[in-house]
Design a protein around this ligand. Structure first.
Ligand code: SF4
Ligand code: FES
Length: 259
């Protein structure tokens, strides 16, 4: 099996592709294969990881043109010949090299974020947008003596969004993020919606107004790649659609007048 890995050398500014022959083992993930390369062929290869169990979100990269977690992506699945999920087109999906899908895997850094080195991207812009939406619990009223009880059905609704691990796969898959560097992106908007529907925060729309801007809810064109690629099943497109409807029913309209 061959890994075709996009490299970026920050000292020279040169981009290149390296090909590494790796022996496939049962159960091997893309992250395992990258370790084989780093341990036995090229210890300068840079990539990010931590938990190795689809929990920390740090190993997201573009694998065979789909943003995925390297620690969760099985080599055998990629080489099975089955097509990956179909995504709405954006420039990073343009073919670079013709691939033999039965033997070769193309690994590139996550799109829409600056590359620091090889497969490591600078997440600052992603987090800046996330922080701008104040992702902190703001309970309504005085705190209870013991605890704030929640209806299990409300917990289920919240869980759809609290499962996000901030991997930025959705951000790297979004055609709007590809075009508009200021778009807040699916993950931040989904998290904002999560706080809006939290019954412990009351039921006004003040949270939604934080993203009532041309770069917020209204920038989304409902391509749906975010939901397709999310490794945790979070549906940002659903949150954005609900938020827009709620704002509209309160008299708010797209401030850019539609794009
Ligand atoms: S919504 Fe899904 S794809 Fe997006 S950052 Fe969260 S876990 Fe990753
Ligand atoms: S290493 Fe933590 S999600 Fe992959």
């Amino acid at each position: 099996m061959r890994l075709i890995v996009k490299r970026f050398d920050p000292e020279t500014g040169i981009e290149s592709f390296n090909i590494f022959e790796v022996e496939q083992r049962p159960g091997m993930t893309v992250l395992d294969a990258l370790f084989v390369v780093q341990d036995t062929m090229d210890d300068t290869l840079s990539f990010r990881y931590s938990c190795r169990g689809a929990v920390c979100g740090s190993c997201a990269m573009l694998i065979d043109k789909v943003p995925r977690l390297a620690c969760r992506t099985q080599i055998a699945d990629l080489l099975s010949g089955e097509d990956g999920p179909e995504l709405k087109h954006y420039p990073a999906l343009d073919p670079i090299v013709p691939l033999n899908r039965a033997e070769e895997i193309l690994i590139e850094p996550l799109p829409h974020l600056p590359v620091i080195k090889d497969l490591v991207v600078d997440m600052e812009d992603f987090y800046r947008k996330y922080r701008s939406l104040q992702p902190l619990f703001r309970p309504e009223g005085e705190g209870p003596e013991k605890e704030r009880l929640m209806d299990p059905s409300d917990v289920t609704k919240l869980e759809m969004f609290t499962n996000c691990i901030l991997c930025a796969s959705c951000y790297g898959s979004c055609p709007v993020d590809a075009e508009d560097p200021e778009y807040l992106g699916p993950a931040a908007l989904a998290k904002l919606y999560r706080y809006h529907i939290d019954p412990r925060e009351g039921d006004d729309i003040s949270r939604l107004l934080l993203a009532h801007s041309p770069e917020g809810w209204w920038a989304c064109d409902f391509h749906g790649n975010c939901r397709t690629v999310c490794p945790k099943g979070v549906p940002p497109i659903f949150a954005i659609g609900k938020a827009k409807k709620e704002l509209e029913s309160s008299g708010f309209r797209d401030p850019s007048g539609g794009r």
